[in-house]
Design a binder for this molecule. Structure first.
Ligand code: CP3
Length: 328
């Protein structure tokens, strides 16, 4: 998550010359910064440099990604007629630059590591489209779903259809796995989560033409993973506030789990990083089905040295769990 984030000087050097959206829209640049962390940090997979908000942008919403503020839509969705203006057809054609970036990245990776493509969940995309930007309480999107549930569902369905098309095109272009980010699952009560988010994630998972590519669903801050256990996906992402062993129990071992080191541990001394790697691996326990990852995106000021150290630690320490998994 955010491997190519602002913490890498090599990323910042390119970013200094181009705005964020130009980088997303230029396959040469997007593929270059996708591959950077593979050479510098050495993780086992690459995640395509792009953003979840390219879908609303392709639907016609003007997007700015402002340094220190994050993404901003000038003209957020507030009523039914705003949804009518969105261009929801031919989404893949309008996002062809992402598909080209997938192809170019696959060439640059030359089989070294698999490539992960992604989409935002309909709920998380709608949250940004209606709020217009990140928010403390997300009261605008929350009041929108409560006062105009039918309009909200129309928007969510439109986004779900776009995500299916988009993720299928990414898999067809060469992505080896796809991840659905529901960053703002945490805003919803369990029943609202089912109605306004999970329903649409399920819709997407049911319609992916995976051709064997694993599907990862990351619902950040979800109360319990039990509700996600029967999704047609292979992996559930887990944030760092959860215990992997408990989530493994909740899901009855039906899904592989991905996570869940607290990203701020990367600011800690090396000894703490190592201890936390041990703790995360232990919390999952023996056997296959754990993908080590951070519990959310890497933060902008993260020391590169510590990130390299993390990857080394995981490779070294996880070996004994892999051996146990083989023996099991
Ligand atoms: O890991 C990677 O580098 C892959 C590319 C990636 C980005 N965004 C690049 C990016 C991915 C997978 C995303 C997903 C994304 N984007 C999510 C879901 C995951 C999550 O973090 O919860 C969300 C909610 C967004 C929306 C978004 N885009 C936000 C909130 C921000 C601001 C981030 C910040 O740290 O302030 C962005 C901008 C963004 N997307 C950057 C990058 C590398 C920083 C842009 C810059 O260089 O200024």
């Amino acid at each position: 998550m955010r491997q190519a984030g602002r913490y890498l000087p090599e990323y910042r050097a390119i970013r200094a010359k181009h705005d964020f959206l130009t980088m997303c829209k230029t396959p040469e640049l997007a593929s270059e910064v996708t591959v950077q962390p593979i050479d510098i940090i050495g993780p086992d997979a690459a995640i395509l440099f792009s953003d979840i908000l390219v879908i609303p942008e392709a639907m016609g919403m003007k997007l700015d990604v402002i340094e220190s503020k994050g993404p901003v839509f000038d003209d957020p969705i507030r009523k039914a007629s705003d949804i009518d203006k969105l261009q929801s057809t031919d989404i893949v054609e309008r996002l062809d630059y992402v598909i080209q970036a997938v192809r170019m990245t696959k060439e640059k990776l030359a089989g070294r590591v698999p490539l992960i493509g992604f989409s935002g969940s309909p709920w998380t995309l709608a949250a940004y489209m209606v709020e217009g930007q990140g928010s403390k309480n997300f009261d605008v999107i929350k009041s929108f779903i409560y006062t105009e549930p039918d309009v909200a569902h129309r928007l969510l369905q439109m986004l779900a259809d776009a995500a299916v098309e988009y993720l299928n095109a990414k898999i067809a272009a060469g992505c080896d796995a796809v991840q659905i980010f529901d960053t703002w699952a945490s805003l919803l009560s369990p029943s609202d989560f089912e109605e306004f988010s999970l329903k649409y994630i399920r819709y997407i998972c049911d319609r992916l033409e995976t051709n064997g590519a694993p599907v990862i669903v990351f619902a950040k801050g979800v109360g319990s993973h039990e509700a996600l256990a029967d999704l047609k996906c292979d992996v559930l992402g887990v944030d760092w506030t959860k215990d992997l062993g408990k989530v493994r129990q909740q899901t009855g071992g039906q899904k592989a789990l991905q996570g869940n080191l607290d990203p701020t541990v990367l600011f800690a001394p090396k000894e703490k990083i190592r201890n936390e790697v041990e703790r995360v691996l232990q919390s999952y326990g023996d056997g296959a089905g754990h993908v080590f990852n951070l519990g959310h995106g890497i933060l902008p000021k993260t020391p590169v040295e510590n990130t390299k150290y993390l990857v080394e630690c995981v490779k070294e320490v996880s070996a004994k769990y892999r051996d146990e998994a083989k023996a099991a």
